[in-house]
Design a protein around this ligand. Structure first.
Ligand code: HEM
Length: 297
């Protein structure tokens, strides 16, 4: 990705990119490579099929629910069935040809959650003091041309705090849905069996009683303090269904953010319009345009 940026720069000091698009492509590459290794191209094709399915799913949840409608052979339904069949056939083919992919394929591809958050870079583009602090740390830990590697990732404490603070303010999974299997008492509420509950993660993350009066402000320092309630920060959820990709996501996010900070300084482009939108996960509706400037040390 960085090489592509460098080529696209073509000698200019400053250039604009849509970070949302760039990180989305990077995420597809990394998940496909991690899950499928040598079958990377086929993996990426499945990723693309799922993305088209996601688009159709997001249209259906916004329309009026008519029982049984999903069984009618409308154009959109036929497209959904085609994508579903093509995805299943491709995964099956991969499993048959690549025994290594067998354990991981369905699980990893069931998640299109990008581990990289445009918001991290956008927030750093707005908060220059944190951008500088993070750069100082990356250079101290990795040097001006060294890479973030397994041995030094734990030393990137400020970078971690920035990632956590971004996941707090803009959790990709905005709410979780659960259904009660039996009647339960929740505080003063008596909830019957088979009731759907929506747990609003974003509301918990912005709760002033938990996070204080500056709950809506970007302040990575709050992640320097210990003693927080385990239920107050849950971007990856909790318990038995906690995100299995959590560690991979955090490691990837750290590496990518550290590399961008090490090579470029950045500001928000005048063409950027802030418009977070729920599209299965939280996404920037109009993209994430930033102006990058190559650093020379
Ligand atoms: C910032 C990035 C990510 C966030 C915020 C995130 C968040 C979540 C959340 C909240 C859940 C719980 C969903 C539920 O139970 O309803 C979940 C589940 C899951 N995630 Fe992630 N995820 C991220 C990245 C990833 C990545 C990179 C992968 C795979 C490489 C992944 C794989 C999974 C899988 C397989 C599950 C289902 C686990 C189960 O049901 O047992 N996630 N994720």
């Amino acid at each position: 990705m960085m090489e592509k940026w460098e080529q696209g720069r073509g000698g200019r000091d400053e250039f604009e990119i849509d970070l949302h698009r760039e990180l989305h492509n990077l995420s597809a590459d990394v998940i496909s490579k991690t899950a499928f290794g040598s079958s990377f191209q086929e993996g990426k094709q499945i990723f693309n099929l799922q993305e088209q399915q996601m688009h159709l799913f997001s249209l259906s949840i916004k329309s009026v629910y008519i029982p049984g409608f999903r069984f009618l052979p409308t154009n959109k339904n036929r497209e959904r069935w085609r994508l579903e069949k093509e995805t299943r056939d491709s995964i099956q083919k991969l499993i048959e040809t690549n025994s290594k992919a067998q354990e991981n394929a369905t699980n990893l591809l069931s998640s299109l959650m990008s581990p990289y958050k445009n918001e991290e870079v956008i927030l750093l583009a707005l908060h220059h003091e944190w951008q500088s602090k993070a750069r100082e740390e990356v250079i101290q830990v990795c040097g001006i041309d060294g890479l973030p590697v397994a041995e030094n990732l734990n030393d990137l404490k400020i970078v971690s705090m920035i990632i956590n603070e971004t996941l707090r303010l803009y959790p990709p999974a905005v709410f979780m849905t659960r259904e009660t299997t039996e009647e339960v008492e929740l505080g003063s509420l008596n909830i019957p069996a088979k009731t759907q509950l929506h747990v609003a993660l974003a509301a918990v993350h912005h709760d002033k009683e938990i996070w204080g009066e500056d709950a809506n402000k970007f302040n990575p320092l709050r992640f320097n303090e210990s003693g927080r309630h385990w239920g107050s920060f849950l971007p990856f959820w909790l318990g038995p269904r906690i995100c299995v990709g959590q560690n991979l996501a955090l490691v990837e996010a750290k590496i990518v953010l550290a590399l961008i900070i090490q090579l470029f300084s950045f500001v928000v482009s005048p063409t950027y319009v802030h418009g977070p939108m729920l599209y299965i996960t939280l996404q920037p509706q109009y993209g994430a345009q930033i102006l990058l400037r190559r650093l020379s040390y």
